[in-house]
Design a protein around this ligand. Sequence first.
Ligand code: NIG
Ligand code: FE
Length: 411
Amino acid sequence: MTTLIENIGRLVQVEREIRPFVAGDAMSILPEIENAYLLVEDDVIKAFGPMSEAPETADQVVDAEGRFVLPAFCDGHTHIVYAGSREHEFIDKINGLSYEEIAKRGGGILNSAKRLHDTSEDGLYEQALERVYEMIGFGTGAADIKSGYGLSTEDELKMLRVIRRLKETTPLTIRANFLGAHAVPAAYKGRQGEYVDLICNEMIPAVAEEGLADFIDVFCDKGFFTVEETARMLEVGAKYGMRPKIHANELDVSGGVQVGVKYNALSVDHLERTTAVEIECLRNSNTIPTILPGTSFFLGLPYGNAKDMIAAGLPVALASDYNPGSTPSGNMKFVMSLACINMKLTPAQAINATTINGAAALGLAQSHGSIAVGKKANLFITKKIPSIDFIPYAYTTDIVEAVMLNGEFVI
Ligand code: NIG
Ligand code: FE
């Protein structure tokens, strides 16, 4: 089955040679072809180029009528398997409580853990499925989805089985991330070390036994897990083939970046608080700094220092962090707007950070994140818009006309 998309006003983020990521100054460049065609065969990109070189016909022909085509977004950090929502805490925040204060009172992650415990696997799947299609509607084609609202072996496995089912039944490319170390559960209050033992001795082996996780995550931050505990869990995870992608430096300069880099994390995420030391550490690593501006927006935290990271030659990625507590949104276009407005990224830098670098942060740079021959046909066609810069500029305008994932139009 072949699909020809013709008369594309701008075909954006094209690559003749597949790059592992885009770093530093190169993040300002967004390669594109004006008046282009794109040919898809089955689920992969077969060819692209100027309209003058377009093939005569295909099984299916779509006239883009000057609209733009971009690779689907790659969202390297989400928590979309959760039960219910937490707008009560939104009100608490309006009334002056901080994220940490809410967590200390048993709200936050523990609130979601209780709700998740009381929800069936099917019920959880149905709720998460809606969020998957919501994200696809915003133009997302690949995502990391974390566990971490189970906090017992049984409930963590329940979450990860839901993620596996989403992998099997939706067109979104999904990587599963085991986040048993998201918070210390109520039953282990005052016995954090014993909970870390449980993760190392029981949860990780059980998750590995069922092959349920691609990655391992730890919330390495003030009031959550220490650097030493993180190191221990990442070491055990590595024995079971789970590469780290961790939460670091959201609430404090936590040492999370350094421990992540030490254990060869694919990405260190959040990074609301970093210094020159963290940037230097990342410069000598294979770890992708992933910034989550939606969290800064919703919790009123500082925005990550993307500018200095890019100036230091790093490949910065942006992700949504879609979750019920700190970022109830999976809209990557809005994430880009926040990054442009608050972190002073240019639209080109923001698009690189949500496409190629997002793919790199998922370990998917060979197959996702750009328009390249042989890559998965994961892309979206825009509505009629005047320019690429319009995308983050018009920060609430829906610009997605159609979404193709794995070579099929799903929206
Ligand atoms: O990435 N920071 C830790 N975890 C999530 C929030 C989880 C929650 O509040 O439910 C985050 O922001
Ligand atoms: Fe998170």
